[in-house]
Design a protein around this ligand. Structure first.
Ligand SMILES: Cc1ncc(COP(=O)(O)O)c(C=O)c1O
Length: 429
């Protein structure tokens, strides 16, 4: 049984003394407080060297596995030649934009920044500029970053559903009030709101699969109706593919669904763990963000050669035949294996996910929107994950969090994970 070691606890104590709560991003503070000091492929190593199979994947970036040698070599070679110049066009940046335009259906042009939050911020700003409208629609359960327009209604308590459930104090009320929060997969509500208030609404933003609450699959009719309604009312449709971009094919989930938004945001997996995010979409919208446009888009570190080189290397690897077959195959093996165990031990649980993403909710289906997830047994969900950690499998022990398979995981890793899961489920029966 693995547990936090002495060295791990010492590092955590020091961090806590100098950093609020010991972490620089709110969701990183979890029990047990393990401190990881090395990562390689499918594994992360705690300070005293204990190895864990990693499915947390830093919330999603590590699609090839940690410290991928080809990516790291490309980054190192780039750094031997150039760091940040910050003037003029970038050679690598142009190559990467071209690749994204080739792969992502909605992308006619692309801009780069450093985080998903920056990308969604700019997507909303350009939508407002293009439409001359203020309001936007987001959906309960979707996360789009930390800024005021969207930092609300992700994992809400039952009492907060139907109201604005803010993630933070200090947000500007006028900004918050411009965001309408609707139910995911509810075609009727979406139709009603857009037909009544369409001329006030600048943008509809969504995670095409809301992975910030695990995996809730979009109904085909929901996405198609949304596309038709937004087009008919001149509303900018934004797919936030910060999790799904490159993870569910190089074209994102839009390529799978066959629904093309006006704007797309991507981050996380596009550079396999190096900081890079992208805003891409219709040329007429993106051009407004250029130096001749009326929407201000800037950033000292935007399109930093480190992230751009990492992304080019990541694309090279993902373009190879078999990459997505491997990712999707392992995801399916895990989901099917979990379903078998759930049935065998008579646990009230549902194994779901898409592609390389898997999650086991402790509740029965159907799961079509956030309201359904209120039936999830939070204590069982978190206990299962904590128990998996003591058996050397790292799944973030926080309610509704998803797991990720990477290209570095093997069939053996999945089977080892399923053996550990069997042991835990037997106990939980
Ligand atoms: C779908 C989605 N959009 C946007 C963001 C914000 O990205 P970042 O944390 O890089 O600012 C996240 C982060 O988890 C996300 O999952």
């Amino acid at each position: 049984m693995l547990n936090a070691t002495e060295r791990s606890s010492e590092i955590f104590e020091t961090a806590q003394r100098y950093i609020p709560g010991g972490v620089s991003s709110a969701n990183r503070r979890v029990e047990p407080n393990l401190t990881f000091t090395r990562a390689e492929g499918a594994y992360i190593y705690e300070a005293d060297g204990q190895r864990y199979i990693d499915y947390h994947a830093a919330f999603g970036p590590a699609i090839l596995g940690h410290c991928h040698p080809e990516v790291n070599r490309r980054v190192a070679a780039t750094l031997d030649r150039i760091d940040l110049i910050g003037a003029g066009a970038g050679e690598l940046e142009a190559q990467l934009a071209q690749k994204i335009v080739e792969h992502v259906p909605s992308a006619e042009k692309t801009l780069f920044c450093n985080s998903g939050s920056e990308a969604t911020y700019s997507a909303l700003r350009v939508a407002r500029a293009a439409t001359g409208r203020r309001k936007l629609i987001k959906f309960q359960g979707c996360y789009h970053g930390w800024h005021d327009a969207v930092a609300m209604n992700v994992i809400s308590s039952a009492a907060k559903i139907g109201q604005r459930d803010l993630l933070s104090a200090g947000m500007t009320p006028e900004v918050v009030e411009d965001t309408l929060v609707l139910r995911f997969n509810d075609v009727e509500e979406l139709t009603r709101v857009i037909e009544r208030r369409g001329d006030e609404i600048a943008a509809v933003i969504l995670e095409p699969i809301p992975h910030n609450i695990g995996t809730v699959m979009p109904h085909d009719a929901f996405l198609r109706r949304m596309r038709d309604l937004t087009a008919a009312h001149g509303i900018v449709l934004i797919f936030d593919e910060v999790v799904t971009g490159f993870r569910h094919t190089l074209g994102g989930y839009q390529a799978v669904a066959g629904v093309t938004p006006d704007l797309t945001t991507m981050g996380k997996a596009i550079a396999n763990g190096f900081p890079l995010a992208a805003l891409c979409g219709r040329a007429d919208l993106l051009d407004r963000c250029g130096p001749d446009g009326d929407v201000f888009f800037a950033g000292t570190f935007n399109a930093h050669p480190v992230g751009v080189a990492a992304s080019l290397a990541t694309i090279d690897i993902l373009e190879r035949p078999g990459s997505y077959e491997h990712l999707f195959g392992l995801g399916e093996r895990m989901r099917a294996g979990m379903t078998m165990l759930i049935d065998r031990y008579g646990i009230q649980a549902t194994s779901t996910g898409f592609g390389s993403v898997f999650v086991t909710y402790f509740m029965s289906a159907p799961i079509d929107d956030y309201d359904d997830l209120l039936r999830n047994d939070v204590a069982a969900f978190v206990r299962f994950r904590r128990e998996m950690i003591t058996r050397g499998v790292y799944m973030l022990p926080v309610n509704l969090k998803r797991n990720h398979v990477s290209l570095a995981h093997t069939v053996q890793d999945i089977d080892t994970t399923l053996e550990a899961a069997e042991d835990v489920l037997k106990q939980m029966r």
